[in-house]
Ligand binder design. Sequence first.
Ligand code: PEP
Ligand code: MG
Length: 757
Amino acid sequence: MLTVLQRIVEAVNQAPDLDAALRMIVQKARAALGSDVCSVYLADHEQQQFVMMATEGLQLDENERVTLNFGEGLISLAAQREEPLNIANANEHPNFKLVESVGEEAYRAMLVAPIIHQRKVLGVLAAQQKKARAFSGEEEAFIVTLAAQLATVIAHAEARGLVSGHYSPWLRNLNGLPGAPGVAIGQAFIGRPAATLSSVVPRRTEYPWREIHKFRKAVMQTRMELRALADQVADYVAEDTLAIFDVYQSMLDAASLGDAVEAKIKDGWMAQTAVKMAVEGFVAKFEDLDDSYLRERAVDIRDLGQRVLSFLQEKNGLQHNFPDTCILIAEEVTASMLAGVPRKKLQGLVSLQGSANSHAAIMARSMGIPAVFGLSDVPLSYLHDQHLIVDGYSGEIFVNPPAQLIQEYEVLRAEEYELAEMVAEHRDAEACTLDGVPVSLQINAGMNVEHDQERLGHYEGIGLYRTEIPFMMRERFPTESEQYELYLSVLKSTAGLPVVMRTLDVGGDKPLPYFPIHEDNPFLGWRGIRMTLDHPEIFLVQVRAMLRANIGIDNLQILLPMITSLDEVDESARLINQAYFEVRNELLQKDRNAHISRPKIGVMIEVPALLYQLDAVAKRVDFFSVGTNDLTQYLLAVDRNNSRVAGIYDNFHPAVLHALQFIMQRCAALQKPVSVCGEMAGDPGGALLLVAMGYRKLSMTTHNLDKTRWILRHVDSKTMHILLSQVMQATHPDQVRRLIRIKLESLGLGGFVRAGK
Ligand code: PEP
Ligand code: MG
C-alpha cells in the first residue's frame, strides 16, 4: 500500500493543474482499491455546496455542475463528522441521497473520507462498489491516508484561487504573511531582475586579466548604482534601513564576493561565468541554513550578483514603465528592486518568496509601504497587470476586486494616512500614559550602528543590541579589534543613553556559517550562553571588546541570553570580572589615572526555569530583560519558526500573560529593574498589557516606536488595569485579542490593530 500511495502522491505532485491532479487521484485510487467508482467532491463555501470535481466510474458531463448541498447525503455526513464512513449498503442509510444524473443508483457500498487541511474540511474522497459490502480496514486506512495527502494539494490550489475561481465572478482573496502594515490599492507590476544568473552559459577565457578588469569595472558601476539608489530613498527611509546598502557594498568587497569571483576567473572562467559560480555558491550555502534571517540574505546576494552581471552584460539602465499606482510583485522582492521604483508611484509590495525577516520587508516597513510575503503557491504570471488590494495587516490580497470593495479600502487607506501623520507629529513627545505615568521606550538594534536620532524622535536608549548579526555576516569569528570598532560606534552613537548589549546568542535558529552546530532540537540545544560558556575564549574576547569600547563613554550594560541556571550566571559574572580586570590593567599601564567603569549586568528571562529562580538570580545581577519571543516559545513548547504550529505560538496565551505578570510582581518585590525586549513590547495591545502589569521599560524595533508612544499617551492607567483584569480571566488568546480590540476601538484607537483609522 505504501508504495502505491507514494506513487500516487508523486504523480499528483507532477500534475500540471488541479483538475488533472484530481482526475489522476480518482483513477489511481479506484485502481488501487479495486472499487467500481472513486470520486472527489470539493466544498464551495460561497454556494454552500459540495461540487463533484472528478470521478472515475460515474458519468460526469464536463459542462454539468453536479452538486450536493451542505447537509445532504453521506458526503456531507462524512464532512460534518470529520471522520470516514464505511457503509455496506448506502441506500439503506437515512442520510443517503441519490445523485441521479451520474448513474449512482447502481452502487451499494460506499467509503467516504473527508479531506481536511488545518482543521478545515475542503471536500471528500468517496469510493463506491456495486456489491453491498463493508470495505476492509486496510482499504479504509488507504483512503484516509490519500485524503490527507490530497488536502495539501487542494489547499495549495485554493491559495492560487484555482478552486473557487471556476465559479466566482472575481478571484477570491489570496492569503500571504503580513510583511509591513498598511493598505495599498494599485496595479501589479512584475519586477524582474535585469539579468539572471541562471541564464549565463559557462564559458572559459584565455585572458583572465582582461576579465578581472571587466569584473572590477562592473563592481565599481554597481557600487555607484547602489549609492544612487541609496540617495534616492535616503529622504524617506530610516538611517538604519539604509544600512542595507552598506551591507551590499561590503558584500562587494574583495574579502567577500570579490575574491571568490576573481579566484574563479584566475581558474580560467570568464567574468560572467565566475560571477554566476561564486554567487550561486554563496546562495546555496545561505539557503541551506536553518536560520530564517540568514536564508533571507541569499536573496540579497543573488540580487547583488545579478546587478554586477547586468553591468557585465551592459544590460543595466532598463527603463521601466511603472504604473502610477504600482504594486511591486516579484518572486523575491529585493531591497534594491524596491528602491528602483519611484517612491511616488510605489503603493505596495508583494513578494511570493521570503518573509517578514527579509531586508525588503524591513525596508518596506520603514518606508511605510504595505507588504505581503510568502505566497509561494501563486504563479507570478497570474498576478501580472491585475488590479490588487494589498492588506498588510492581515496578509490578504484581493485580485481584481469589485468596485465596492475598492471603495471600502480607499476609505480605510485615507484614514490610515491621517493616522500615520498624526502619530508622527508627536514623535518628540515623552512616552507616558494619558494620566502621566512615564514609560521608557527603547529600541532594539543590531542591524546597524547608526540611528538617526531626529527621525526616531524621543527614545531612551538601546534596550537590546543583538550582537550575533555582525558575527553572522562574516566568514569567521570577528576579532577583538573588529568587535571593538563596532561596539564603539554603537555606544558612541547613543552616548548619554544606556545601551544594553547582549552577549552572543547563536545556536537555535541563528547558526554561524563558519561554526556549524548539528542538532536534532537546536532550540533546546547548544544556544546562547550555553555555547559561549563552553567557549570562554569567544565570550572573553567579546566582553573585552565591549568593555574597551565603553571606556570614556560609560553607557554599556551587558545582557546574558538563555540563562537557565544559577551556575551560568556565576560563571558569566566570573568571566566578565576577569575581562574587566584584564582591560583595566592594560589601561592603567598606559595611563595610571585612567578610569574604567564596571557595566551593569542583566539576565534575559526567556527560559521558563528562570521564573522559579528569580530571587536567587536577582541577588547576582543588576537587571532583568524579558525576551517574550523565546519565553513564549519555551512556555508553550512551540518552535517559533515552524509555520505548521504558528497558530499555537501566541504572546497572548494565558500562560504567557500569567508568567509575565508573575515576573513583574516578583521583580517589584525584589526591587530589581525589569524591562521587556521581545516583539510583544512593540505590539499595541501587548504594550498596554505590559504597562498595566507594571513594566515601565519597553524595547522595540524602531518602526513600532511612534505607534506605541501614541497609544500609551491616549490610554490612562485605570483603563489599562481594567483591560488587564479582563484579559487575565480569558481562557484563550483569541479572547484576549478580542478584548484588546474592543477596548482600542472604544478609545478610537482601532486603526492600530487593523486597516483604517
Ligand atoms: C526574545 O527572545 O524575546 C528576544 C528578544 O531575543 P531574540 O528574539 O533575539 O531571541
Ligand atoms: Mg531570545
